[in-house]
Write a protein that binds this ligand. Structure first.
Ligand code: TYM
Length: 333
């Protein structure tokens, strides 16, 4: 029986934070045995906003090291850099030609990122079409992402269906796969906004995967909560900070909601909760940080893993592009 094909991506646009890990990477690692996996460092997506060239180069390598350190096994997953497989950009152009601009202008992330800007790049608007190309190029049927990417995966489905309607069955229809818990980890400094790589330099906002024990402890201890002392999941908006901490605890330990809450029945307020949450985060992230450091000290090995990943991806992508060009009526070389 063939394994179902999974594709997902992550931008090298800032320090990988706990939300990226719990909402996406951890799930990729946990399910890698059961799937045919493609994980992509989407460097071209990162360019939709200006990136300092020297910094970008480092961020790409650092992100690759984090993905392997988190447990992606090169024997089971093709981990590669998007710009190393030129078919992503090529397919993007072809899909641009069948995608109505109105579909892109409606994307929430585009509206958020472009609002108040004097000028935005065409790339920012076109971002979801490149994302659709990433997914459709491999006929991926499962796309494991955090909640914020759901709308983009749904757009990839619309583009897929439109292409298949115009040119006949060509691409497999992808499905977003969103974790039940961990899909939206909120900022420690403000539990009403999503934790984001773009703000990971702001003190107290995020835990970075490569933070030290002290940094983790400090950030969690400073997490914004309400003035109550009951440690329970609740729909009350005032409870957002506590929900976030409990959610993080739950996704890392894998315990049920009831078991998570029962750990804190006799706690003396939010201080205890914060210490316990920091402990489970430290336990989860410290081995990753150690493997990350080892990998960063061996850049040749990292390059080799990435080039093997790109080779596997390229062999599928090249074949798919031939099929796509044929359907459209382009002349083969
Ligand atoms: P990116 O780089 O912003 O985020 C990578 C993954 O992390 C998830 N994530 C979160 N999950 C839970 N809580 C959070 N606070 C949080 N912040 C981020 C994201 O949902 C994502 O799964 N456009 C994508 C990258 C991409 C892609 C693709 C994904 C490009 N091509 C094709 C899937 C398939 C992005 O910017 O992810």
């Amino acid at each position: 029986m063939s394994l179902s094909r999974v594709f997902s991506g992550i931008q090298p646009s800032g320090d990988v934070q706990l939300g990226n890990y719990l909402g996406a990477i951890k799930g990729w690692v946990d399910r890698q045995d059961e799937k045919d996996n493609f994980f992509c460092i989407v460097d071209l997506h990162a360019l939709t906003v200006y990136q300092d060239p020297n910094n970008l180069n480092h961020q790409i390598k650092s992100l690759a090291a984090i993905l392997f350190a988190a447990g992606l096994d090169p024997a089971k997953c093709s981990v590669f850099i998007q710009s190393h497989v030129k078919e992503h950009s090529e397919l993007c152009w072809l899909l641009n030609c069948i995608t109505p601009i109105g579909w892109l202008e409606r994307m929430t992330q585009y509206k958020d990122k472009s609002s108040g800007q004097e000028s935005v790049s065409t790339g920012l608007l076109d971002y979801p079409v490149l994302m659709a190309s990433d997914i459709l190029l491999y006929d991926a049927v499962e796309v494991p992402v955090g909640d914020d990417q759901k709308q983009h995966v749904e757009l990839a489905r619309d583009i897929c269906q439109r292409f298949n309607n115009i040119y006949g069955d060509t691409f497999a229809l992808p499905e977003p796969v969103i974790p039940n818990i961990g899909a939206r980890v909120m900022g420690f400094d403000n539990p009403l906004i999503k934790m984001s790589k773009s703000y990971s330099h702001i003190r107290g906002h995020a835990i970075r995967i490569i933070d030290t024990e002290d940094e983790i402890l400090r950030t969690v201890k400073r997490a914004v909560t309400d003035s109550g002392n009951e440690i329970k999941f609740s729909d009350n908006p005032d409870n957002a900070g506590v929900n976030n901490l409990l959610g993080i605890y739950k996704v890392i330990t894998g315990e049920s909601t009831k078991d998570v809450e029962s750990n804190f029945i006799n706690s003396r307020g939010y201080g205890d909760l914060k210490i316990k949450v920091a402990e489970v985060i430290i336990e989860e992230l410290q081995p990753i940080r150690k493997r990350y450091r080892d990998l960063m000290e061996n850049p040749d090995h990292l390059d080799k893993l990435l080039s093997e990943g790109a080779e596997k991806a390229r062999s599928l992508a090249e074949k798919k592009m031939e099929i796509v060009k044929n359907k459209i009526g382009l002349v083969s070389r």
